[in-house]
Design a protein around this ligand. Sequence first.
Ligand SMILES: [Zn+2]
Ligand SMILES: [Zn+2]
Length: 87
Amino acid sequence: MSEQCNCRQCLRDRKEENPLGSGWPTEMTRMILCQICGNKRCPHATDHRNECTGSNEPGQDGSAYAECKSHNAATTVAKPTPANRAS
Ligand SMILES: [Zn+2]
Ligand SMILES: [Zn+2]
């Protein structure tokens, strides 16, 4: 058991502090990056149970950074539906 998950959820579950004993949660003092793709906005960086999207797009489902969307972002991102994309 040398490898431990460093997604934000696991850091929280372990109540990990950085530096140890400082009372500062690691998630506050370090940037949590996806361990697969290395993007901070990847939902997998927030919780390893989320699938890695390999994307650093803001506002992804399940990502903590989705909460940081600007308040007056009136633009709704139209997701292309695969069904409508018969090539
Ligand atoms: Zn994890
Ligand atoms: Zn990822």
